[in-house]
Design a protein around this ligand. Sequence first.
Ligand SMILES: Cc1cc2nc3c(=O)[nH]c(=O)nc-3n(C[C@H](O)[C@H](O)[C@H](O)COP(=O)(O)OP(=O)(O)OC[C@H]3O[C@@H](n4cnc5c(N)ncnc54)[C@H](O)[C@@H]3O)c2cc1C
Length: 449
Amino acid sequence: MSVDTVSLTGWGRTAPTTAVRFRPRTYEEAVVAVRGRGPRGVVARGLGRAHGDAAQNAGGSVVDMTALDRIRSVDPATGAVVCDAGVSLHRLIETVLPLGWFLPVTPATRRITVGGAIGSDVHGRNHRTAGSFSRHVRALELLTADGDVRTVLPGTDLFDATAGGLGLTGVILSATLALRPVSTSLMTVDTVRTADLDEAMARLATSGDAAPYATARIDLLARGRATGRAVVTRGEHAPLDALPARARRTPLDLRTGRRPAAHALIPEGLFGRTADTLLNELRHRGTLPSRTGELRSVSAFLHPLDAVPDWRRVRGTGGFVQYQFAVGYGHEETLHRIVRRLVLRRCPAFHGMLERFGDGGPGWLSFPAPGWTLSFGLPAAMPGLARLLDDLDDEVAAAGGRVFLAKDARLRPELTEAMYPRLPEFRALRRELDPSGAFTSDLSRRLAL
Ligand SMILES: Cc1cc2nc3c(=O)[nH]c(=O)nc-3n(C[C@H](O)[C@H](O)[C@H](O)COP(=O)(O)OP(=O)(O)OC[C@H]3O[C@@H](n4cnc5c(N)ncnc54)[C@H](O)[C@@H]3O)c2cc1C
């Protein structure tokens, strides 16, 4: 096992802290890493795609799980897969897609690990129909603070605390997942351009089960009557007969379409309010008012940013904060107010995405709950950022909503319990399971989880 001392950040590159990083290659080495933790405790880390400090542990240990990356078995008849927690969703998709299977839930990047997907109980564009990632976990192996490895099954308190539990119940070593069958690696996609936020919400609200994946890319820089204008895309896995004859010969090929060359030409830190305004304008005008039945690869539709290696460089080295909140149906005015506020303040908000959530899962700290969710990024150096986001938190909490802890870097601890009412149960389980507080992170200390 390699051991080194490193400075770590989340994907947003804010608040670096130093930890001793263990990189186990076997379950036994993971046990040694957890047992050998110092007084500042330990937390698991996957591919570091959580935007904030969820996978950091200042002055303590971090168990980097990415070398534990074996796919142990795939049952081509039932679509059950058993894999180590450090396997990336990218590699899983590469392995199972040619067999006619796909992950039932993937976030907007497949460059995350299975352990990270469970630890944050991630959601995809199809949450309304598929729920979040943990719904499709049939069992997991959890290394707990005492150094034991427990098999954890859905329907138990330990499972519900671990799904979305941000690594604070233990280190997930492996998982058994249920896949969904697909006939092709393509999606049939409908796109519609909307004039404003109301129209975008109306389009999302009428997405039926025939188009289970739906998202609205919101232009958070457009002003006046165009406030909240969007491009709404809806899609479903394409059936074989939707493919042209040539593509039908290799219907399950994964087409990833990486674009490193063009990206390398874009200067570091080029993107800011001016470039984003121009890009949004081009994107909006360049989208036909409405288009149906277009075929796109799963990569282009579900993981467009993965085509650009480390796209963060265009945002500069100062880092950015990702803000994602959810409010229930009936609280649409809160969503409107937040969008208006960003626009009126001329905030340089980028990657605005609006989606609808279906029923929440059993995870006690799981983020999704029925209603609307909006996410966007803001430069960490934006003047007045802390105050603005504090105000947004208050609006969200007053509407009974919550922010996504896996993306958080700055929430105030006094709001956490209001946003996550099952936090007291989570804390009680941790006290019993891990009385010495072995599992801890910068985020758990900051928010008193
Ligand atoms: C471009 C981009 C798009 C994204 N889109 C979405 C989206 O659409 N939906 C969504 O839900 N999220 C989204 N995310 C967030 C991301 O999916 C989650 O933060 C995910 O947890 C990252 O996984 P990771 O392997 O990188 O884990 P890390 O970021 O390293 O860790 C995340 C959390 O999981 C815990 N963890 C990691 N591995 C283990 C393990 N083996 N055992 C126990 N705990 C573990 C860590 O302790 C930490 O609390 C996005 C992130 C990026 C950068």
